[in-house]
Design a protein. Structure first.
Lengths: 472, 212, 250
């Protein structure tokens, strides 16, 4: 099901893409970043003789969980609560934000340190917190850059890839009020470390997402590289974790599959620096109050559409973005949503009511590179086609529908096709010059603006065969 | 049951339709044809693990039980570390003279921040990925111990090293842990122009003593 | 063998020379080629753009036309991918088990042209002569759906006088993508620019491929740039042959 609505304003993909294509620095950064990760991924995946078997297992595990999602969610809740955690359920973004705010305000707190989670971007938690007088501090380096610069993320794993070091340096110097700041990435990273460390040691409320929520143990797992995740889930007195309902996995042991697939796919590493797994509350170690907010926000709608249900298998590795030849040209902002690239093209229209939703499933040449890269084997091209079908069923533009119906009519019978060919041959006459069509009207003008098109030859193959071979 | 929970569960059940009660059999039938055992022998595993640590710029020391104490001393001196935090269950007999060791007894974040580093054991190590996994037992310490100090010296015993991730996870599962932290080198970021910078938050220096 | 040619709707209309070339090559190898004139289209354009019910009727027509064909040769990897990847599901959607049986019986007899030559007929040298430097683009459907990558290269390497140059980053999409080229023309052209960059890097005179869809897009861009590089379907290269006199001189 495609959701189209007023929830957010973003231009249709072709319009946003044209804008992005005009930004040379963005294109350079996107190209460089995706190439680096793609090459690293290829290298570490190439080391794995059982990569396909891991993908198969991951896909099966995820499909299985979705088929029994209610059971696994209740199992998770029971086990988490038994270990001293509080489990909340949120039907939509507003409810989730409200729950988080109520918990924080209930403790009369005004600050929260956050670990990157796209789920909180999806619910627009930061804006809600700020409206409630609570200050959120993003602690992932890229999200810190985005937050300090009042910007938007452009990639799932490397959200600030559209920024270069000079821009970041200027931003840090200004917002962190630094007298001097070296220009190298090490200097910038050191500045971020110092800036954030003060908050890690002081702020009493932590907020995180989760990569996986484990049903049989009631545990939660966060996968990260920088260490800010460990800081936020360990040092504060209270921790709130927001997690989409589709992130459940059946068993602790299943991590053996996902912890191999995720780091290799996301950052091209054999293993990312830190994984944190915790269950409820443990006396004397870490937060003494722990809340989990289970979020629906449209996921159950995706679940109901069997043909596109596997969209929910996604483990947010970003490999499809790095593989995608369309994303490589435009970067993430052109998709107008938190989730970009191939996964964004299928998830956003199903999850979020956006005006430009119907343009996203067409933002693809169906090349299949995403499916090849996806560690959980989501058949993104197939789902794109399925969503296109939904869009057409809901009502495609009249001109397109008529053209497609006319073509289908012609393809229904060879004699009709022959007539259509003759019509095409005649219709091109005003536009044909030297065997080429250099400038066509209407939508086909989009082709001839940049490319030649050969003129329709005077004799089709079937006409030739009939003439030469005397049959048919 | 909250209204939200009821509604979400209802939506899920409506989305999935009627089902047979075959969940457990289905789960057990999931094909797992990925690698689950070692192909390397013990020596090769150790060598691989240590080379991964060195790749992370971690210092590597090898010794036997008898010379562990002096190896700890050597490692700490190499890094000029004098004031270390120790987990409550870390073996006393491994602590050399000439350094200041403070047993963790609910030390504040600031105390941890002021120390030179921390010494711990680990639960299992993974050769292929250069990973050490802790389940925060008394000799490993609570999580903040291996997070706030800037230096972590970890004592790994040879038979704790497995080759693959599944082998390590199974050892952990058998302990039914409520807390697990896996550490694979110091923290890192590539967020600035895809340049990989080591050491963002968490200990920037990581050394391993392998006890054989 | 009696080989039935499915020319494809776009080749029939726009690239009849490709069809003639396929016929020439297969007959040169001693096979009989038939052309069932009732054929029209495989339904890919409609299916990919979201017009499923139209695609279903186009499929049914295809099945009726080719029901008892011994072997079906298709000089277009995207059409073969359409049939292989989607026809079974589409048949299931119609819900008639007889149609599904037809599809299952048909699939093993459907081949992309280079697949047919190398894998089915066991031939790499088709007696061609084409004294030019040639690079090869691999269409996404050939690469990922059919796993047809080596066959065209082996065929080209066996062509007399031909110098083969591999194409850098040849697994990157050229940007055609069917209606994508028109609906997202700007991105399509940006992708094309990258592809042309790689083609020009090879310094080849000719860029070949198994699909005229990619070729008309790449050739259209190269032509607009006056690059002097021709895009030629693999079949037309394989159909080129020397006369005995030319051969003797060489």
């Amino acid at each position: 099901m495609i959701r189209v609505g007023e929830a957010a304003q973003a231009p249709d993909f072709p319009v946003a893409a044209r804008h992005a294509l005009g930004n040379a620095q963005l294109r350079r950064n996107v190209r460089h970043a995706t190439e680096v990760i793609r090459n690293k991924r290829a290298s570490v995946v190439g080391e794995m003789p059982d990569w396909q078997e891991l993908r198969d297992a991951a896909h099966e595990i995820k499909d299985h969980v979705l088929r029994h999602l209610d059971v696994y969610l209740e199992q998770f809740e029971d086990n988490c609560a038994r270990a001293g955690g509080h489990v909340h359920w949120a039907r939509d973004a507003d409810e989730a934000n409200r729950i988080v705010i109520d918990i924080i305000q209930g403790h009369r707190e005004r600050e929260v340190i956050k670990v990157k989670t796209m789920t909180s971007d999806e619910t627009r938690l930061n804006a809600a917190l700020e409206s409630a007088g609570i200050v959120p501090y993003e602690t992932d380096l890229a999200d810190l850059i985005i937050q300090l610069g009042h910007d938007r993320p452009s990639h799932i794993v490397v959200p600030a890839l559209h920024k270069n070091r000079a821009e970041i340096r200027e931003l840090f110097q200004r917002t962190m009020k630094l007298e001097t700041l070296g220009p190298e990435p090490q200097d910038l990273t050191a500045a971020a470390r110092a800036f954030l460390r003060e908050k890690f040691l002081r702020v009493r409320v932590g907020f995180s997402g989760a990569n996986f929520a484990i049903a049989d143990s009631g545990s939660v797992c966060v996968v990260e590289s920088e260490g800010n995740g460990r800081m936020c889930v360990t040092l504060p007195k209270m921790l709130i974790t927001l997690v989409g309902v589709e992130k459940i996995i059946p068993s602790f042991g299943d991590l053996e599959v996902f912890l191999q697939l995720l780091p290799r796919s996301a950052t091209g590493e054999r293993m990312n620096p830190y994984n944190s797994i915790w269950t409820g509350v443990r006396g004397g170690d870490g937060p003494q109050e722990f809340h989990v907010v289970l979020l629906d926000n449209g996921r159950t709608t995706v679940l109901a559409d069997e043909a596109s249900r596997e969209t929910l298998d996604c483990i947010r590795c970003g490999a499809c973005l790095n593989a995608c030849p369309v994303y490589r040209q435009t970067g993430g902002h052109a998709y107008g949503s938190v989730y970009s690239g191939p996964i964004g093209a299928i998830l956003t229209p199903q999850l979020q009511s956006m005006q430009h939703s119907t343009s996203l499933p067409y933002a693809s040449s169906l090349c299949g590179a995403c499916y090849e890269a996806c560690p959980v084997k989501i058949n993104i091209p197939e789902i794109l086609i399925h969503l296109r079908r939904r869009i057409v069923e809901a009502g495609a533009p009249l001109g397109e529908r008529l053209a497609m119906k006319a073509a289908a009519f012609a393809f229904g019978d060879a004699s009709r096709l022959s007539i259509a060919q003759k019509i095409a041959r005649a219709a091109q006459l005003p536009f044909a010059r030297d065997g080429r069509l250099a400038k066509l009207p209407g939508p086909l003008g989009a082709w001839t603006a940049a490319r030649d098109l050969p003129a329709v030859p005077p004799e089709s193959f079937r006409e030739w065969w009939k003439r030469e071979r005397g049959k048919g | 049951m909250s209204a939200a929970k009821a509604e979400i569960l209802d939506r899920i059940r409506a989305a999935l339709g009627p089902r047979d009660d075959t969940r457990v059999q289905e789960y057990e039938a999931i094909p797992r044809r990925y690698r689950q055992t070692s192909v390397l022998d013990a020596d090769a595993r150790i060598d691989l693990f240590l080379s991964r640590i060195q790749h992370y710029d971690g210092g590597v020391f090898r010794c036997d039980r008898a010379s562990l104490r002096e190896t700890v001393a050597r490692a700490l001196s190499d890094r000029s570390k004098r004031r270390l935090v120790i987990p409550p269950g870390f073996p006393r007999e491994w602590l050399p003279d000439g350094f200041e060791f403070t047993r963790d007894d609910n030390l504040s974040h600031e105390d941890l921040d002021r120390s030179d580093g921390v010494l711990t054991t680990c639960t299992v190590a993974i050769a292929l990925t250069g990973t050490m996994a802790l389940h925060h037992s008394p000799s490993e310490g609570r999580r903040a111990l291996t997070l706030v100090p800037d230096y972590h010296l970890c004592v790994v015993e040879a038979d704790q090293i497995v080759e693959t991730v599944p082998e390590a996870m199974r050892r952990l599962v058998a302990l039914n842990p409520s807390l697990v932290t896996t550490i694979s080198g110091p923290s890192a970021t590539a967020d600035i122009e895809m340049t990989r910078i080591k050491g963002v938050h968490g200990p920037r220096t990581l050394d391993v003593i392998l006890v054989e | 063998m009696r080989i039935s040619l499915f020319i494809t709707c776009y080749n029939d209309t726009l690239f009849p020379e490709t069809g003639k070339a396929v016929v020439r090559v297969l007959e040169r190898l001693g096979h009989e080629v038939e052309f069932r004139s009732a054929q029209t289209c495989c339904g890919q354009m409609h299916y990919n753009t979201g017009y499923a019910s139209e695609a279903l009727s186009i499929m049914r027509h295809f099945l009726r036309v080719f029901d008892d064909a011994e072997l079906i040769c298709i000089p277009s990897s995207s059409c073969v991918a359409m049939i292989r990847e989607h026809y079974p599901k589409m048949a299931d959607e119609i819900g008639d088990p007889a149609i599904r049986r037809h599809v299952d019986a048909l699939l093993p007899r459907v081949f992309e042209f280079s697949e047919l030559l190398v894998d089915k007929l066991g031939v790499t040298n088709v007696g061609a002569y084409y004294p030019h430097t040639v690079t090869l683009h691999t269409p996404c459907h050939a690469l990922r759906a059919l796993h047809v990558r080596d066959q065209p290269i082996r065929l080209l390497r066996a062509v007399g006088g031909l110098q083969f140059v591999p194409l850098p980053r040849e697994d990157e999409c050229c940007g055609f993508g069917g209606t994508f080229a028109v609906k997202n023309a700007d991105v399509s052209v940006a992708m094309l620019a990258d592809k042309i960059g790689c083609i020009r890097e090879t310094k080849a005179e000719v860029c070949a491929a198994t699909d005229n869809s990619c070729l008309v897009h790449m050739g259209g861009g190269l032509g607009r740039q006056q690059a002097g590089i021709r895009c030629v379907h693999l079949a037309e290269i394989l159909a080129s042959a020397e006369t005995p006199a030319e051969q003797a001189k060489r």
